[in-house]
Ligand binder design. Structure first.
Ligand code: NAX
Ligand code: K
Length: 511
């Protein structure tokens, strides 16, 4: 699903109003009706009909004032409060106040005394219409108090457009943010609805059509998408195909003490349709890996006394890569100087697409020039936050999306920044935010499973732009299936691998 930035939303609204002649107050009333409907459905499920509407002075507040009127007309007991200065009210917000007054209501000044607090406690729903995409500085003063009241009252909160306090383009919290049960946004979701803490504050998200012409939305410069099950489009496997049509993938990983990691990768690649999967591991690990794997072909590589790959492993690996389509380097390799040199040597010498994970990424610490020098040879990096920072990623500002995008652009690679709402960023600035997955996946081995799915789909001929967002989404879906069946505590990466076929099957098209 397409995600719009705050600037894009403002431009769409401007074009609808100025170029297409759509009345701004009509858009506002359409938005308000969608909010009122969400509130009424919450109230109907509960006992009464009392609503508190907290309105800022901007157009988000205007939506709230209009929603207050619709709620009143629907028979609820409603009080609307202006949190901010009257002289700052936008013309549309003023217009909605005048319509509210004509309908018998009022926009009261926000005065958070004890009587007010106890009135709020008896509410059935609260509407957060303090700020939307216009929020630009951290909240303090009355807005801060209003947010605290909404968060501490045991009453469901419906946020208008976005939970107030959440920065629309990043999901960062500016000071404090409303923890909404539900958010009704308009036209398109924003990054803040899915990313970071902001995403967690928005609750259940509904996207309402408020009458913006579809052509204006289609005309958006599409640089950001939220990825969900609806975005999975697996190619048909042709009736006359054979294993060679589905990719020869190569995995380089493992060290003594880390025998599971490369095996997870291999199993996930096999379970997601790869044609031929080979696995190179340090010699002492080979009997273990070979015994664990049936379909994937494991072979021993020269290793040093610490049980990690030695420099002699480089030549043999490169020779094997000559007959492969894609490789993944890193899981469980360990962090010795020798093994890091092996990784860098391979990166300099092969023109195959390479997925770098775990210790493969760590091998670039202080040597990011090796990544830059790969030129046209495609590289995918799949770091978690620690690995990302180690190779120069900047997460200090708390804007993961911007950090992932700038790294991908600067180093000409695809960057998969793993975590809650994994982000996949490409060198041209496009990015994808995954919406599947759950905390049961936060366990050792989970990332290896993702790596296996990525190389498998790349090996089967999907482009990086197709393969990577789909792989991340499928990975999350397998996790979600495990959570449903087994629960978040006990589910394991092995359980996810076992369920990948069932997840893939729902998207299979047969010729
Ligand atoms: N333009 C349109 O046609 C539509 C706009 N809509 C609504 O309008 C919203 C955007 O309206 P606005 O651009 O007026 O922006 P907002 O209403 O989000 O907020 C802007 C106001 O808040 C103030 N402000 C920002 N940060 C603050 C802070 N930390 N503390 C105190 N005051 C702060 C600004 O100075 C300004 O007065 C959307 O989120 C949406 O809810 C909808 O009505 C749909 C149609
Ligand atoms: K809001």
């Amino acid at each position: 699903m397409l995600i719009a930035t705050a600037a894009q939303m403002r431009e769409i609204d401007r074009a609808a109003i100025q170029d297409r002649g759509i009345c701004s107050t009509l858009l506002m009333e359409n938005a308000a009706k969608a909010v009122a409907e969400a509130c009424i459905s919450l109230v109907n499920r509960r006992r009464g009909g009392r609503a508190a509407v907290f309105c800022g002075p901007g157009n988000n507040g205007g939506d709230g004032v209009a929603a207050a009127r619709f709620l009143m007309e629907a028979g609820l007991e409603v009080r609307a409060f202006l949190v901010g200065k009257r002289e700052k009210m936008t013309p549309d917000c003023r217009e909605m106040e005048s319509r509210l007054r004509k309908a018998g209501g009022a926009l009261e000044d926000f005065a958070p005394d004890a009587a007010f607090a106890s009135w709020c406690l008896e509410c059935d729903v609260m509407v957060d219409a303090l700020f939307g995409i216009g929020l630009n500085t951290p909240l303090w003063g009355d807005p801060y108090t209003a947010v605290q009241m909404m968060n501490t009252c045991p009453v469901p909160v419906v946020a208008v457009d976005i939970a107030s306090g959440v920065e629309a383009d990043t999901g960062r919290i500016l000071g404090v943010a409303v923890e909404a049960d539900e958010t009704v946004t308009f036209t398109c979701p924003k990054a803040g609805h899915v990313l970071g803490q902001g995403g967690l504050c928005c609750g259940r998200l509904t996207v309402a059509d408020i009458g913006i012409p579809a052509g204006l939305i289609r005309g958006l410069d599409e640089t950001l998408r939220a990825v969900g099950p609806g975005d999975i489009h697996l190619p048909r496997r042709a009736r006359d195909s054979y294993k060679g049509d589905y990719g020869k993938v190569y995995i380089l990983g493992g060290s003594v003490g880390y025998s599971g990691a490369p095996v997870f990768v291999a199993r996930a690649a096999v379970r997601t349709g790869a044609g031929l999967v080979s696995l190179g591991v340090p010699a002492p690990l080979w009997p273990i890996a070979a015994a664990k794997l049936d379909e994937a072909m494991a072979h021993p590589l020269p290793s040093g006394k610490e049980g990690m790959l030695s420099l002699e492993a480089t030549e043999e690996t490169l020779r094997r890569l000559d007959t492969c389509d894609v490789c993944l380097i890193g899981p469980g390799l360990g962090r010795g100087n020798g093994v890091a040199s092996v990784v860098r040597h391979i990166l300099r010498s092969t023109h195959l697409p390479v997925v770098l994970d775990a210790d493969g990424i760590n091998a670039l610490e202080g040597h990011i020039d090796v990544l830059d020098a790969r030129g046209g040879s495609f590289t995918v990096l799949t770091p978690h936050d620690g690995e990302f920072v180690r190779i120069g990623g900047d997460l200090s500002g708390g804007d993961r999306l911007a950090a992932a995008r700038s790294f991908a652009a600067e180093h000409g690679c695809a960057l998969v920044l793993k975590g809650h709402r994994t982000i996949a960023a490409f060198p041209d600035g496009t990015a994808y935010i995954n919406t599947t997955g759950n905390p049961g996946m936060a366990k050792g081995g989970s990332g290896d499973v993702l790596g296996g799915i990525i190389i498998s789909l790349l090996g089967q001929g999907l482009t990086a732009r197709e393969a990577i967002p789909m792989a991340v989404c499928l990975h999350g879906m397998a996790g979600d299936l495990c959570a449903r069946e087994l629960g978040e505590y006990g589910m394991t990466p092995s359980d996810m691998i076992e369920r990948l076929p069932l997840v893939m099957k729902t998207f299979e098209r047969r010729s």
